[in-house]
Design a protein around this ligand. Sequence first.
Ligand code: AMP
Ligand code: GLY
Length: 421
Amino acid sequence: MRILVVGGGGREHAIIKALKKNPAITEIFATPGNGGMEKDAVCVNIGAKDIPAIVNFAVEKGIDYAVVAPDDPLVLGAVDALEEKGIPCFGPRKNAAIIEGSKAFSKNLMKKYGIPTAAYEIFTELEAALAYIKTCPIPTVVKADGLALGKGVIIATTREEAMEAVTDMMANAKFGASGSTVVIEEFLTGPEVSVLAFTDGKTVKPMVSSMDHKRAGDNDTGLNTGGMGTVAPNPYYTEDIARECMEKIFLPTVAAMNNEGRTFKGCLYFGLMLTPNGPKVIEYNCRFGDPETQVVLPLLESDLLTVMQATTNGMLSETEVRFAKKHACCVITASKGYPEAYEKGYPITFTEEAEKHTYVAGAALKDGVLVTSGGRVTGTTAVADTLEEAIREAYRLSDGVIFQNAYRRSDIGQRALKAEK
Ligand code: AMP
Ligand code: GLY
């Protein structure tokens, strides 16, 4: 079988490594992939958003199954375009990917179907948003409606900050068209949990839960990033909470999307906050999380391709999705300065052991040498019987990823470890 994976980060590398365990797969192509995954896939220099070129390539190569991993191509309709040419895909169609593509859509969906989430107001006029901020409870949360690389969320602790945030989004187009509509919502508190779930639009099979570490600095200080590390499972996500989420959030969401004529197939990501008033949805994503995937898939014991195909074919209820009862920790090695300005082009070397456990994100081949090309450069994952061991091992292995100006948080998993105890 010939597989195409659209995307080029650590998440895609983790998906590719998991797919490769299936002996029926003869070739995997990645568009665009990156220089660090050349051993695992044939990387083809087509951007993840260049849908016509992706479709042409897939047809030309006789691709049997495509996995569209990032949000942008999903929201732009990559699955629809590939399916039109008869290529089955993993991922939602455009009309369902809107669950991530528009926060206004997802908030209204949750309100309409009684799915627990933060109270909110939606604004398309700056004046009205500013007037609302004069009296709303503080802190408050300002979100750009559209995709903004995870940066379109501002937690404002003063009215001035909130006003500056909406002005930046609505008048100064800080996030382009994504910010012409804003959602202003209630500030919630409690531990955060990421739950990725396979769904074929009928059945929902959640994966092992995980915990992201979004801030750049130790002890959750500094700017928000795409994620500096993850652990799985998330110790706050007990069996009772999982049952409650299934009943009040996961199944109602899938049913709501069906009812709206927007059946969701693929991986639905629930960003949850376990508030004193029960679990609430912070965000939906229409795809695997990054770097959640780098801890979730190494724990998957079932065959990934079989499960993915079951979501496409509507066979998920008959398909086993089994996870190892172990722990995983992924430590991101970033370029110093990320998520702001950082230098690129430094050669990367790995110990043999580290390379085996590392997913490459921001790297490129330059004259045959692997060099840094992005903010988050690699994610190194260890699996062990205990969380403590997984953390220790992930850090030990990460020391085998070497490049100039490398930066890691030193406390990935520590909060989870405390929660366990
Ligand atoms: P998002 O991009 O929607 O995941 O938001 C980024 C981060 O902002 C989340 O992981 C939360 O830590 C925080 N956040 C988003 N919405 C809220 C909220 N309503 N209350 C408190 N924190 C929030
Ligand atoms: N790690 C958060 C996300 O993938 O959106």
